[in-house]
Design a binder for this molecule. Structure first.
Ligand SMILES: Cc1ncc(COP(=O)(O)O)c(C=O)c1O
Length: 391
């Protein structure tokens, strides 16, 4: 039997990127003791009150079909949250509640792309981005980011990649994998460029609560002038350590959400009311666990970087946000892929090759900060050990 072209387009976009992680899992199942730095899954427990709220609402009968857009509990909470964040009124009609950022990204591109439309994505980029663009018939166009500029954007490079088929730019700040947080001037310049060329901005803000040092989170959605072309995607997966809840959303203009709603309803027919109520509580509350996670990742990043300092051939910049550190292994003479494979085989540490995130991730390892300080310190020692054995 013949499947749709979309299935062919997506085949092969996934598993080879995860080959080192999958090999790590195989070895762990066979009894090897490994340090896993490969997956961006929060290791802290979720705030208990959110779980209690979900349970309470389940027992209270919040188990019926939800409205396609989302329950008023969560739409009102999102409205309060974004009104506070942007400093202007953002109505409940500006959201679509969806199962996680991943679905929100899928919905965003399904709603704006026609076959052959191009989407600019800044390379290195999150592993599923090519898929969410390709699935509805879009064409991902990678724009290089320079590792020696901390993976920050070069506006002229972005503009060079724009063609008459360019429909959108996909932004991810704080970035997975690079840890870059784009500053206000960069967001302004990107916004102006998208306005000039009439492009959508899809802004994946799933790491917005994880900002380090003096960096500040800035979204194109903060600018009223960019609202009509901006589609924010986010969730409580990372902020509240609840990836299994699959609770996320789109924030955009009332016009966009009204039109995209018909696609959402066709696909989803509404999320789970008790989880929507629990998400409302997450958005309306200030849980110390959220700050504690940020502090823990930041401390782990510092520890990792400190642990690599003695080595002349590997180095890393302090991430400005997010959950990852990019370790530069170019001076070892190995590719990121080869370094990751040898790190697994010889040092029993599982990290992602930078190449899994695009050509500009080459010669890097992406380290997830989702294990405790003891393991981070030990992993740093083993990375240095491998690098020094190559001298
Ligand atoms: C950049 C980025 N976007 C989206 C996602 C998916 O998040 P969610 O659990 O909200 O679907 C992830 C998960 O790792 C991510 O790193």
């Amino acid at each position: 039997m013949r499947l749709a072209k979309a299935a062919d387009r997506l085949a092969g976009l996934g598993s080879d990127k995860w080959a080192v992680h999958i090999e790590g899992r195989r070895r762990a199942t066979a009894g090897e003791d490994l340090i896993f730095l490969s997956i961006g899954e929060p290791d802290a427990p979720a705030p208990r009150a959110i779980l209690d709220e979900a349970y309470k609402q389940m027992l209270a009968g919040r188990l019926r079909y939800s409205s396609g857009r989302g329950e008023s509990s969560v739409l009102e909470a999102l409205s309060r949250h974004y009104t506070k964040q942007t400093g202007r009124p953002i109505g409940p009609d500006q959201f679509l509640f969806l199962p996680g950022t991943q679905t929100a990204l899928f919905m965003a591109f399904k709603s704006i792309l026609d076959e052959g439309d191009e989407v600019l994505l800044l390379d290195p980029y999150y592993a599923t981005y090519e898929g969410v663009i390709t699935a509805p018939g879009g064409v991902p166009v990678a724009v290089p980011l320079d590792p020696d500029n901390g993976f920050h954007p070069n506006i002229a490079e972005i503009e060079k990649a724009i063609t008459p088929r360019t429909k959108a730019l996909l932004l991810n700040s704080p970035s997975n994998p690079t840890g870059a947080v784009f500053n206000a001037a960069e967001i302004k310049a990107i916004g102006a460029l998208c306005k000039k060329h009439d492009l959508w901005i899809v802004s994946d803000e799933v790491y917005a609560t994880l900002i380090y040092g003096n960096n500040v989170f800035v979204s194109p959605f903060f600018d009223k002038d960019l609202e009509e072309r901006t589609i924010v995607t986010s969730s409580i997966s990372k902020s509240h350590a609840l990836p299994g809840f699959r609770c996320g959303w789109i924030a955009s203009s009332p016009e966009f959400t009204a039109q995209a709603l018909s696609i959402t309803e066709t696909m989803l027919f509404g999320s789970q009311p008790f989880l929507e109520d629990a998400t409302a509580l997450a958005l309306d509350s200030h849980f110390p666990e959220v700050d504690a996670m940020r502090h823990a990742y930041e401390a782990r990043a510092r520890l990792l970087i400190e642990g690599l300092k003695s080595c002349k051939t590997v180095s890393a910049r302090m991430p400005e946000g997010g959950m990852f550190v990019m370790v530069d292994v170019r001076k070892t003479g190995l590719t990121g892929e080869d370094f990751a494979r040898r790190l697994l085989a010889e040092q029993k540490v599982v990290a992602m090759p930078g190449e899994s995130f695009g050509a500009c991730g080459a010669g890097h390892l992406r380290v997830a900060l989702t294990v405790d300080e003891k393991q981070i310190a030990e992993a740093a020692k083993r990375i240095v050990k491998l690098a020094e054995s190559l001298l």
